[in-house]
Design a protein around this ligand. Structure first.
Ligand code: IMP
Length: 176
């Protein structure tokens, strides 16, 4: 029997946080129409809620990167499995990620994005685990800051489990 996750942030706290981030983005992108790039799979619930709180017009695209494989440890190798479909050059790009942990996954991706001549690139992350950072990745919009703990729910999984939990929870052991 695997351990039941404990709630860290409730659905109400998440809703308020997403609304606060949306107001910040609305204010910063008033005169433009940014392309929001969601990093699959973990960001899909966050991105879906975020765009519905935004008042500015936006476009959406997704990429799929692999770094974790399975379990709770990063494999340290970053691979793009599914790339961007939309034109990047001259666009304002806002990357939307579930969690920035070591930062290794995003560092490589942001680096590659900047080479494609966008007008700007910013990063929005629901969860920031600053204590574990290894790569220099600047987060422009942050939802929650947490210590070194493993979280699930609200689209975030552990071995494909718990994505459907409506709250953000933490787990101590990898579920079977
Ligand atoms: P990084 O390259 O170490 O920053 O890893 C970032 C990615 O690892 C995130 O997009 C998540 O997919 C995954 N990840 C990091 N921490 C957690 C966690 O606590 N729960 C679930 N996935 C995590």
């Amino acid at each position: 029997m695997s351990e039941q996750p404990e709630i860290l942030f409730t659905r109400d706290e998440i809703r308020e946080t997403v609304a606060r981030i949306a107001r910040e983005i609305d204010a910063d992108y008033r005169d433009t129409r940014p392309l929001l790039v969601g990093i699959l799979q973990g960001s899909f619930v966050f991105l879906a809620d975020l765009i519905r709180q935004l008042e500015i017009p936006v476009e959406v695209d997704f990429v799929r990167l692999s770094s974790y494989g399975s379990g709770m440890k990063s494999s340290r190798k970053v691979k793009t499995i599914q790339g961007l479909e939309k034109q990047i050059e001259g666009r304002d790009i806002l990357v939307v990620e579930d969690i920035v942990d070591t930062g290794l996954t995003l560092w490589r991706f942001m680096h590659d994005l900047r080479k494609r001549n966008p007008a700007s690139v910013r990063l929005c992350a629901l969860i920031d685990k600053t204590a574990r950072r290894e790569a220099d990745v600047a987060i422009n919009y942050t939802g929650f800051r947490i210590d070194d703990e493993f979280v699930v729910g609200y689209g975030i999984d552990c071995n494909e489990q718990f994505r459907n939990l409506p709250d953000i929870c933490h787990v101590k052991e990898i579920p079977e």
